[in-house]
Ligand binder design. Sequence first.
Ligand SMILES: Nc1ncnc2c1ncn2[C@@H]1O[C@H](COP(=O)(O)OP(=O)(O)OP(=O)(O)O)[C@@H](O)[C@H]1O
Ligand SMILES: [Mg+2]
Length: 569
Amino acid sequence: MLNENAFVIGNTTGSGYDTHIGFLKEIFNKINLFPLKEDFFNHIEKSLSSLVYTETTLLVIFVEYPLLSDISLFLKKNFNSLNYILITYYYSNLDSMGSFDNVFEFINTGAFDRSFFLSKLSNEILNKKKIVSLNYEVKEFYEIGKSLSSQRDTVKLLDMIISSSMNLTSSDAGTIYLVIDKENFNWTSVNNNNYENKVLKFVISKNMSLNTDLETFISPITRQSIFGYSVITGETIRIDDAYNLSPNLDYKHNSSFDLHTGYITRSILSIPMKDHENNILGVIQLINKKKSKAEKIDYTIKESMDSIIPFDSADELIMNSLAGQAAVVLENQLLYREMKELLDSYKKQNSELEILSRKILKAHEEERKRIARDIHDGPAQAVVNLSLKIELAKKFLQNSMFEKGIAEMDSLNSAIKATTKEIRTILYDLKPSYLETGLIAALDNRFKIYEESTGTKIAFNVQGDDSSIEYYLASTLYRMVQESLSNIYKHAKAKSIIVDFSVDENRIYVVVTDDGVGFDMEEQRKKTHTLKGGFGLGGLRERAELVKGKVDIKSAPDKGTSISICIPL
Ligand SMILES: Nc1ncnc2c1ncn2[C@@H]1O[C@H](COP(=O)(O)OP(=O)(O)OP(=O)(O)O)[C@@H](O)[C@H]1O
Ligand SMILES: [Mg+2]
């Protein structure tokens, strides 16, 4: 018995037609008789408008020969040739056939081999159905490929993969596992059995008959689980009944989900997502293939399990292609992510560099300001003072107060010497060559000049050697120590100063300690809030930051001050 509806158009009685109709009634579930071709056209038009005939409908149409021409044209105009089988009949031999290329068979109702015809027709029905479904699958597959490769959102992509897989294979449920790194939980893949430090992460699951929201979980890659076996061997596994597995197999069905939810797993298709280089990115696992795609299964009713059938080799074939495509798309996305991260970090680095170069420019500007101020406060003022002293000495001499005059000249002389020293110090600090002998020697020299001009002792304790210190670090450090010293000179009234200097392969560490008046750090902090910039203590911090170093300042009134500077090498 054939499941299709038969349509018979034309004379159905007399002239030997009765037996023919009787035969059709025997082989078809239902036959629709239309004595006039107009009735058939009306019926089809009505049905088309109410969308009864979908792409997968197959019409089997018997037409009395005199009506063939019109019907043939009508079918050609309205249908794809995959959607109908056209047979023409007449009670005697059909001499003049014309060219009807869409006619499947010509029957002489008076004499034809019924069983031969029946088997030929059944074959044709089966073939057309196969082609139609293959056609559908190819179209679907093409669409999936297109949407997969344009999807950038990973969650949506995984959802798309699992939904398409279930749709193409009429599966009731499906799950995707991805291979991830055990240590950092990053996406990765398995190749050549290198699965030791990797695990499988359950990332998405869909079930048409059951409303479940499963938590993601991680599972080791072992031959004992079906999906693990697929990842290790790269094989597709097809199981007809999960509860009837041969005991000789490595893997077993894990029934905990079924026990938990009342679901019953029967047929399984487990496909590794393998790219062209045999990297396995994960597994698609499909559960319970159904006779009809859209059907929901009530697992509490025993008979409903009859709707579940085994996956076949066509499912395996199409799923292998889909899984391969999915693997490539996932891999591309992985690359895309890595590239984006790289680009972001590059952008970040770039903007950090920009900030750094702005800071360096600012530091240079501050340095220039400091030198101008040093000259203004020191030598420039001293010269004004010198000219006053000359005026005074001149007055004494004019008034014949020679002793006072000479005393003033003596004081003038020592003032000139002091100013000369001050100018030398400024020049020394300005000379780029001062570091040529190395940081330690430069500092030592600087301390000697300081001692000479101020009379304050500096104990300089050195550990390690400075040969590995690069110029830009040495000059930064030199300027920082110089500012610390100048602060002591200006504010501390110290009797002695200790400078501890040590260097190892990782860092330079310098501590400048004085026993002077110290200061209230809290108060100072409040002041610097309103008075930003300046070389000073704030400048020390900024300079240290430029070379990824740190400054720690400790001070209290009457407790002296200690500045610790640490710079990584
Ligand atoms: N070694 C020190 N002993 C005592 N007080 C200090 C010492 N170093 C800094 N100070 C106090 O902290 C204040 C801030 O120091 P900072 O170096 O920031 O500014 P400044 O020396 O006053 O001005 P600039 O350094 O810009 O010429 C000083 O005015 C001073 O009161
Ligand atoms: Mg200062």
